[in-house]
Design a protein around this ligand. Structure first.
Ligand code: FE
Ligand code: CA
Length: 517
């Protein structure tokens, strides 16, 4: 995985703002075998499941967060202040007869009893199985895989994209089907949690009975931790994590609605309080996902943008569309001065354009938490790239200089397939890329079939639009990318809806633009 060159963090800043001792952080990453006695605990210590992510050609991050009482109101998951040793194993076979790597991490209360071991020295482009042992218990088995080596061009690579999983809005039926597909990777594109005060009472997820302890708007570390625990309890999300390594980026709701670099868009919160809130939100995000140590936050800063190469087949650029974005002016789009405004920030822009223009891979994917395709020419929907047309143009120009660019995005709770045009002010402008936007997993509940009448379709460069829930399943080969837009007819009543394919598109290597199949 190509990391940001400055991914090494200011350790002291992280430690000061997160209240974690240097020793504990070091031990949580790779503890010696004999630091503490393993003690049995009552309750399922692996109630929140297991996960893997941020794979490279020789490693993959393994994750679990211990919680014997995951819905405990204080966010501690029922765990005491005691540190718990967690043994991990990576095996070549599901029976764990051929162990490739094993080790011990120490789960500490300072990191919500989560561990993120990164076994090294694994073979490229192969499947592995992993599990954990802690407190006398053994976790479920997860399967994962390493990426192909740089010199290798695999015959194919499959991945699914997902976003927007508001727990109270519906069942995670999409994940039941996504897990069954066993893709090589899952790209999660933002809104893993929703921070708002709407997780109890009149909820759409029928059959669920969330306790009163979930009735809050996230503002403290404990509250963010409890919100992640609620989400992680879902069996279909757990199955999707067990099926493949995940590569995660965020959008707004992991912190606060529509946040940007200027802070918290709420009048009742002072900037200093906002920075504290951002720090605890980032820390809970790190604690709760299979993220590499290179993304570890330093207080209110987190080096989340990064890239990985699938051998010579594809480069995936994982962008951060929140932390560095300029505010949208109150009178937008009147009187805007676009050239100086940025969605990605200067440093990330330079990194991304260089990564695109210098890439040796056949395909070049840009993962974005928000949609790149303009909704219309009038400049509405300013929270997306639509609010940053000059930055969008710089990105489009860089993609035009790269090999076979493809954008994957989420956020709008609708499926969208669109051609990215070189110049949206010119109706005859050539197409330079394709955008595949995934609908929500559950946010906004059932939705309704658009039957080909989606509002985005008034734009000639948009070829498909659907508001049902689901995900996008993609198969890449040197010759083509084929995307299938999966939908489920409902998510509110129960988790048993069948999967359907709303549309299929192909992008052929060397020919920008979507072909409907
Ligand atoms: Fe969302
Ligand atoms: Ca969003």
């Amino acid at each position: 995985m190509a990391r940001r060159p400055d991914a090494e963090l200011d350790r002291r800043t992280f430690l000061r703002l997160s209240g974690v001792s240097a020793t504990v952080v070091a031990l949580a990453i790779a503890a010696p075998e004999d630091t503490a006695a393993a003690r049995p605990l009552d309750g399922d210590v692996f109630s929140l499941g297991v996960a893997s992510g941020d794979a490279t050609d020789s490693s993959v991050v393994l994750w679990c967060r211990l919680a014997t009482d995951p819905e405990a109101a204080d966010g501690h998951g029922g765990m005491s202040r005691r540190r718990v040793p967690v043994r991990w194993e990576v095996s070549e076979d599901r029976e764990f007869r051929h162990i490739a790597r094993r080790g011990t991490a120490l789960a500490s209360p300072e990191l919500a009893h989560a561990v993120h071991p990164e076994p090294e020295g694994l073979a490229p482009n192969r499947r592995y199985y992993y599990r954990f042992h802690a407190a006398g218990q053994t976790s479920p088995i997860g399967q994962t895989r390493t990426l192909p080596a740089a010199a290798e061009v695999p015959s194919h690579f499959t991945f699914a994209t997902a976003s927007c999983q508001h727990w109270a809005n519906g069942h995670y039926t999409a994940y039941r089907h996504l897990a069954a597909e066993e893709p090589d990777a899952v790209l999660f594109l933002g809104d893993y949690i929703y921070e708002g005060r709407d997780h109890t009472g009149d909820i759409k997820r029928q059959g669920a009975t969330p306790g009163e302890q979930h009735d809050y708007h996230c503002e403290t570390l404990g509250q963010y931790r409890l919100r992640y625990a609620l989400v992680h309890l879902d069996p279909h999300l757990q199955a999707a994590h067990r099926a493949a390594p995940w590569f995660c980026i965020w959008d707004d709701h992991e912190v606060q609605n529509n946040w940007d670099r200027s802070g918290y868009p709420r009048d009742d919160v002072e900037e200093a309080d906002y920075r504290r809130l951002q720090a605890v939100a980032f820390r809970a995000y790190y604690e709760n996902l299979p993220l590499s140590l290179t993304t570890r936050p330093s207080g209110p800063a987190m080096p989340l943008f990064r890239s990985f190469d699938v051998g010579g087949l594809a480069r995936f650029n994982l962008t951060d569309v929140r932390q560095f974005r300029d505010p949208v002016p109150p009178d937008y789009p009147v009187g805007r001065d676009e050239a100086d405004r940025t969605l990605l920030g200067a440093e990330q822009e330079a990194w991304l354009y260089d990564n695109l223009r210098s890439s040796p891979t056949l395909w070049n994917v840009v993962a974005s938490g928000v949609v790149l395709t303009p909704f219309d020419q009038a400049g509405t929907t300013a929270d997306m790239w639509n609010g940053f047309p000059a930055n969008r143009q710089r990105l489009v120009d860089a993609m035009a200089d790269s090999s076979n660019p493809v954008v994957i995005s989420g956020d709008i709770h609708e499926h969208l397939a669109g051609d990215i045009r070189a110049d949206y002010t010119d109706p005859d402008s050539p197409t330079v890329a394709a955008e595949l936007t995934t609908t929500s997993v559950s946010s906004l509940g059932d939705g309704a079939p658009l039957d080909g009448g989606g509002g985005w379709l008034k734009n000639t460069y948009v070829h498909y639009n659907e508001t049902l829930r689901g995900y996008v399943s993609v198969r890449m080969s040197p010759e083509e990318v084929v995307a299938e837009f999966r939908t489920v007819p409902y998510v509110e009543a129960d988790d048993r809806a069948p999967i359907e394919t709303g549309a299929r598109f192909r992008v052929s290597s060397g020919t920008a633009g979507l072909q409907r199949l």
